[in-house]
Design a protein around this ligand. Structure first.
Ligand code: FES
Length: 239
């Protein structure tokens, strides 16, 4: 093969290469977003998951003294300020969460440190450990988990029957109850297995609870169970 023939072949190869590379590049540029769309490399919602800094928080506040809830079924209402992270210049938005401290006639197991189970086990979702594992004091959010009305603590169950749709509790539950005026959900704050158990009405779950501490004569709340209204357990936790 002469030098001229060899040079012609080299020119053809070069031209072929020079036209093929951009075509392959253009096809890759088109296919890449398509493949990313078909097989995203992050799981759904994970990119929106709250970071450790995003956990909703409030200020630890005293909500009752021991002597204010000294006897079984004594109670005290309070309002807790919950702060939710917002990507605004203010950083946080505050929400008022009304709550109720109740002295029960019996002690309930609220948290088992060995298994991590119990009514206050939700604390792990905010990376905390309940300070009180067993107590006859319990603290509920008064935001009804049905549609968000504020429910009442009703010391006399007969007032529940008279004023909240005629519900008559069974003999073992004829004591103080919690009742929502909006759609008549009735809760038992002293249920041994599930404090706040729904006895009647449309509520999908018991009211949310607070983490609390007892220091000397004072009862403090530190955190409220995360979650919005009408969510069943395990269905997410953002308010
Ligand atoms: S909002 Fe309480 S029962 Fe509906």
């Amino acid at each position: 093969m002469s030098d001229e023939q060899q040079a012609a072949i080299n020119r053809r190869s070069f031209i072929k290469l020079a036209t093929t590379v951009p075509v392959i590049g253009a096809l890759a540029a088109i296919a890449s977003p398509l493949l990313r769309f078909l097989k995203p490399n992050v799981k759904k919602f994970e990119i929106y998951a709250p970071t450790a800094q995003d956990v909703a928080r409030g200020e630890k506040i005293p909500v009752a003294t021991i002597s204010e809830v000294a006897k079984p079924w004594d109670f005290k209402y309070f309002v807790f300020t919950q702060k939710y992270p917002q990507y605004t210049p203010e950083g946080f938005i505050a929400a008022a969460v009304p709550g109720v401290v109740i002295r029960l006639p019996v002690k309930l197991k609220l948290y088992d440190p060995a298994t991590g189970l119990g009514p206050l086990s939700w604390a792990r979702s905010i990376r905390k450990q309940p300070k009180v594992a067993e107590s006859d004091i319990i603290v509920f959010s008064r935001i009804c988990p049905h549609l968000g009305c504020i429910f009442n603590y009703v010391a006399n169950y007969k007032e529940v029957t008279a004023g909240y749709g005629g519900f008559v509790p069974p003999p073992t539950r004829q004591h103080a109850l919690m009742a929502c005026p909006c759609h008549l959900s009735i809760y038992d704050p002293a249920d041994q297995d599930r404090p706040g158990r729904v006895l009647s009405g449309p509520a999908p779950r018991p009211p949310r609870t607070f983490l609390f501490e007892i220091q000397g004569e004072d009862i403090f709340v530190t955190d409220v169970e995360p979650g919005g209204i009408a969510q069943k357990k395990g269905s997410g936790h953002r308010a």
